[in-house]
Design a protein. Structure first.
Length: 156
């Protein structure tokens, strides 16, 4: 039972952070974001919700795995890198959608990308599976970085 509660909490944390971010920025997505010039490879809006739900769920499961497998001395470091990248993930949406700061968001997403790479490396030392579960997240943020850059160029 204890493991089920821990797994549920590990999954809920990123889902709730992502949900809060979406809630705080949703009005700007259907207003400001619609007015931007977009590149031809910009995905339709309905793709983002399901993709992020899957990614946040995988992130939570990977956190659960590393926290269960890690030595006690490593748990703080592993949780810390996870929290760091999750905070950066949250604030990217606020910077981009709520503050309309496409250039600052580009800078921030590159820092987030680096923090995800650091998380993958640290997780790999404890669990290859937990690390590999975050590859889709890294790929999506890589794509989002290119999209952010394109939006910056097209809307200066």
């Amino acid at each position: 039972m204890k493991n089920a509660i821990r797994l549920t909490l590990c999954i809920l944390i990123p889902l709730l952070v992502g949900g809060l971010s979406g809630y705080l920025t949703s009005s700007n997505i259907i207003t400001w974001y619609l007015t931007l010039n977009k590149p031809s490879f910009n995905p339709p809006d309905y793709i983002f919700g399901p993709v992020w739900t899957i990614l946040y769920t995988l992130m939570g499961i990977s956190l659960y795995i590393v926290l269960n497998k890690a030595k006690e001395a490593d748990k703080f470091k592993l949780a810390g890198i996870f929290i760091l990248q999750l905070i950066l993930n949250f604030f990217w949406s606020i910077i981009f959608f709520k503050s309309h700061q496409i250039g600052i968001a580009l800078f921030e997403i590159l820092i987030m990308w680096a923090s995800i790479v650091a998380m993958l490396i640290l997780f790999y030392k404890t669990s290859k599976l937990a690390s590999l579960m975050n590859i889709p997240y890294l790929l999506w943020v890589s794509f989002a970085s290119i999209l952010n850059y394109s939006l910056y160029i097209l809307n200066q």
